[in-house]
Design a protein around this ligand. Structure first.
Ligand SMILES: [Zn+2]
Length: 135
């Protein structure tokens, strides 16, 4: 019998935001599983104390991941302020690992592209200098 539900699933259960089948499965498991009951009670207790996990906050505010293009614009600093604030909240406060990884990836690409432009400029400069010297 599968009784391992993730705590985010249990939180969603408390919010009644799971699909019916999943709600029923948890309800059934709760009747038989003392450990699961304790787990759910602990989660509920934490909520009453006003401590919300990030997953909780996430669901409550329906935060979704920005697109890769938006993350790229964020890195370049060309986003509107609202959008930039949202991404910085999403990545720094919510600590979305997925977007943090995308940003690291995009930053590496951007600095590689910049290095490429710089070396091309240097090559061009050297070749024009060479051209001038020949004259
Ligand atoms: Zn994200």
């Amino acid at each position: 019998m599968a009784t391992d539900f993730s705590s985010s699933e249990l939180e969603a259960f408390l919010d009644e935001s799971l699909p019916v089948e999943r709600m029923t499965a948890i309800e059934e498991a709760l009747r038989l599983d003392g450990a699961l009951q304790k787990q759910l009670t602990a989660i509920n207790g934490r909520r009453d104390a006003g401590v919300h996990s990030l997953g909780d906050v996430w669901r409550r505010h329906r935060l979704s991941c920005p697109s890769r293009e938006q993350l790229g614009s964020y890195l370049l600093g060309v986003l509107a302020r609202d959008a930039a604030d949202y991404i910085s909240f999403h990545v720094n406060t919510i600590e979305c690992r997925c977007c943090a990884a995308s940003i690291a990836d995009l930053a590496a690409q951007q600095s590689a592209a910049e290095a490429d432009v710089t070396s091309r400029r240097q090559k061009y400069f050297r070749s024009s200098v060479g051209h001038l010297r020949k004259k």
